[in-house]
Design a protein around this ligand. Structure first.
Ligand code: AMP
Length: 249
């Protein structure tokens, strides 16, 4: 059984991004970039499924600029078998990504398609859902547990106030949530070995997908600065402030 895992190169989660002076976007020039954290979890899950004998081959896919190759090498070092890079300098929207992932899936015919629940740069949380709709196959989003049995994936989903368990007929799209697993630390020998693993290059044209933007970003603003807190001497003063200043009790 083949697994396809989508990995996006995003601004590292430790970086505090700044808004460009003209308010057109965030400034990501010269900031550290890494694999989207939820995609690391997706890769880890695919590797665990392979180690458990449920998956025989893992193909990692990334779409974007040349440096996505680094992200794919990380996925290969974690345990993916080969990589596909769809190279483009166009800023991609979730629909274009989903269409290209569909085209790759049509070619590769994976039984399991693993994505992150959301990319931490655009926070769209759309690609997995769009991909499942385009492929007309089942989806299990926000997965916190995945079990594969024969032609079914049993997925525990994180939902508001609890968990939901769904059984999906394979092939299916699964999006990884935070609690699904803890990704492994990649060791140096694996990083070296990953350099020799195959990495195929494609373009959006090869896949017949129009990547032209459909959305316009109107304005990007910094979040409002939070007011500094105050220290109170005792509970009575706190109650007084909550009553008379904050007026919340
Ligand atoms: P989003 O819908 O943008 O929040 O992204 C959800 C998931 O789709 C990510 O966690 C990735 O698994 C996948 N994805 C989005 N954009 C890309 C991309 N450019 N390359 C590879 N995977 C992507």
């Amino acid at each position: 059984m083949k697994a396809l895992v989508a990995v996006k190169r995003v601004v590292d989660y430790n970086v505090k991004v700044r808004v460009k002076a003209d308010g057109s976007d965030v400034d990501i020039g010269n900031v550290k970039m890494s694999m989207n954290p939820f995609d690391e979890i997706a890769v880890e899950e695919a590797v665990r499924l392979k180690e458990a004998g449920k998956v025989s081959e893992i193909v990692a896919v990334s779409l974007g600029e040349k440096k996505c190759e680094e992200t794919l090498r990380t996925a290969l070092a974690m345990g993916a078998d080969r990589a596909v890079h769809v190279e483009t300098d166009v800023k991609l929207e979730p629909l274009a990504v989903a269409k290209m992932l569909k085209a790759v899936a049509d070619k590769e015919q994976p039984q399991i398609l693993l994505l992150g629940k959301q990319a931490i740069d655009d926070d769209a949380n759309q690609t997995a859902q769009m991909l499942s709709a385009l492929l007309n196959i089942a989806q299990g989003t926000f997965a916190s547990k995945v079990e594969i049995e024969n032609d079914e994936a049993v997925v525990v989903r994180e939902i508001d106030g609890g968990e939901e368990t769904v059984a999906l007929k394979l092939p299916a799209v699964i999006s990884a949530d935070l609690r699904l697993n803890e990704p492994r630390f990649v060791k140096l020998p694996n990083i070296m070995a990953a350099k020799k693993k195959p990495l195929e290059k494609l373009t959006p044209d090869d896949l017949g997908v129009n990547t032209a933007a459909r959305l316009t970003v109107v304005k990007v603003l910094e979040p409002k600065a939070r007011q500094a807190g105050v220290k109170v001497a005792n509970a009575a003063e706190l109650v007084g402030k909550l009553k008379n200043e904050a007026k919340v009790i």
